[in-house]
Design a protein around this ligand. Structure first.
Ligand SMILES: Cc1ncc(COP(=O)(O)O)c(C=O)c1O
Length: 439
């Protein structure tokens, strides 16, 4: 097997020119208004973690998402940490400063997500149990979640993410959690602007859980270069996050602390960038949707599927366009911990080959996020599929059932260049490159 293929000189790719400037997976798209609010912060000397930009982005995003309160923070991970800590305190009480609020507790977590979704469970000394994925939206499987509650009936917290901007099956997930008295931390870092028909009413992702987070990381649908936000309907929780994120000072003239603090507040400069981006959120979503639809049409004749979404109950923000190669069209492809090998076979291809071809022509794709239960750091953590225990399902005599949806999507899938500044002509070239991989 080889991973070496000289795509630029391979006859199968004849006539395709490498992009003169790199085509990104998802890069920031500035409009000019960002500069105005950054300049305003500097001119007025509000160069700190207080200021008008922070107040405005909190007001505007709370309004947009339909949550009563928003607290702008340094990143989405900070928002998820404080969301998870709040949920831990609500369930198990305040912890000593040298202990986490989830100490000794299990938490059900989305498996196909970025590790920032679920690392906060570890920050708070909890134990993540990973819930397998479903094929309809590539998010947490309600069947697997139900199984997990059968196996671990004491669990009271669920961390759920919406992958690539596509809402998960939140009707079912919310119902299951309500039946088991479990709280929800909602990770909408990738899905700001995505909508879901929750129990007959359209809502925004980021307004569904009890404790919600979004991200303004540089690759997100709108960005502040960094930044994130905690969203909630609870005034008390918003006030708590505001306090915790600014080192938990008590109301005294001196530094007085009764609980653990963090330096997690957003800067008024970063908030200025976000403020300049908010008016363009809908435009970015429309561009991303057009990209997804162009891929769907352009790849329709290949043995591949686009990342799916529930057309009756959701409208994604189409943050990333992704595809999976159909099983019968998978060329030989193996992955180790940090490298991979693939081989070309006529009429077939693999994520490794397609990503290598895109890179050769100066376009950035990415493998599907590697599921958490497969990550070395979490390999000893429980993993629950729709069939039950997802670990250790085979022995020398009995083949395992093989149900592991996340591993399957990771093996057969990839994220395509999804930058909203990509022109239709550039995207056509990407589509052509993918076609030639299957030649
Ligand atoms: C699903 C998910 N959760 C959380 C995060 C963390 O957000 P941030 O990078 O703003 O900390 C990200 C992205 O970075 C993400 O994609």
């Amino acid at each position: 097997m080889t991973r070496l293929r000289d795509f630029l000189h391979d006859p199968a790719f004849a006539g395709i020119e490498a992009f003169s400037s790199k085509l990104w997976l998802a890069s920031p798209t500035m409009h000019g208004e960002e500069q105005r609010w950054v300049d305003e912060a500097i001119r007025s000397n509000w160069v700190s973690t207080v200021g008008a930009n922070i107040n405005e982005v909190e007001r505007q995003i709370a309004d947009y998402v339909g949550c009563k309160h928003a607290v702008a923070l340094s990143c989405g991970t900070a928002a998820l940490h404080l969301a998870t800590k709040l949920a831990g305190e609500a369930l198990y009480g305040q912890a000593r400063p040298d202990h986490g609020t989830l100490e000794g507790q299990k938490v059900f977590c989305s498996d196909c997500t970025f590790d920032a979704s679920i690392n906060p469970v570890g920050y708070e000394d909890g134990q993540a149990i990973f819930i397998d994925t479903e094929y309809d939206t590539w998010n947490m499987s309600p069947e697997a979640l139900e199984k997990a509650f059968e196996m671990y009936p004491d669990v009271k917290l669920v961390v759920v993410a919406h992958l690539y901007g596509t809402p998960g099956k939140m009707d079912e997930i919310c119902d299951i959690c309500a039946r088991h008295g479990a709280l929800i931390v909602e990770d909408a870092a990738e899905s700001l602007g995505a909508k879901y028909l929750l129990h007959g009413k359209w809502v925004e992702t980021g307004a569904i859980g009890g404790y919600n987070a979004i991200s303004f990381n540089g690759n997100k649908i709108i960005t502040g270069s960094s930044g994130g936000m905690f969203l909630t309907d609870s005034r008390e929780d918003a006030d708590k996050v505001r306090k915790w994120s600014t080192q938990s000072r008590e109301a005294a003239a001196w530094y007085q602390h009764e609980e653990l603090g963090y330096n997690y507040r957003i800067s008024n400069i970063v908030a200025g960038v976000v403020r300049g981006q908010i008016p363009y959120l809908e435009e970015h979503i429309a561009q991303k949707r057009a990209i997804w639809e162009r891929y769907e049409k352009g790849l329709a004749d290949l043995p591949v599927q686009m990342n799916p979404w529930d057309r009756d109950k959701s409208v994604p923000n189409f943050w990333l366009s992704c595809m999976t190669v159909n099983e019968e069209a998978m060329a030989p492809f193996v992955r180790g911990e940090q490298d991979e090998l693939w081989q070309h076979e006529s009429g077939k291809s693999s994520p490794g080959e397609i990503l290598a071809a895109l890179a050769a022509f100066n376009a950035e794709g990415r493998p599907i996020w590697k599921p958490m239960h497969m990550q070395p750091i979490y390999r000893t953590h429980a993993f629950v599929t729709a069939e039950g225990n997802g670990r250790g399902r085979s022995n020398a005599y009995i083949a395992g059932s093989g149900v592991d949806v996340g591993a399957d999507i990771f093996r057969r899938g990839l994220c395509l260049p999804s930058d909203n500044k990509m022109t239709p002509e550039q995207q056509d070239t990407v589509i052509e490159i993918v076609h030639r991989c299957f030649a």
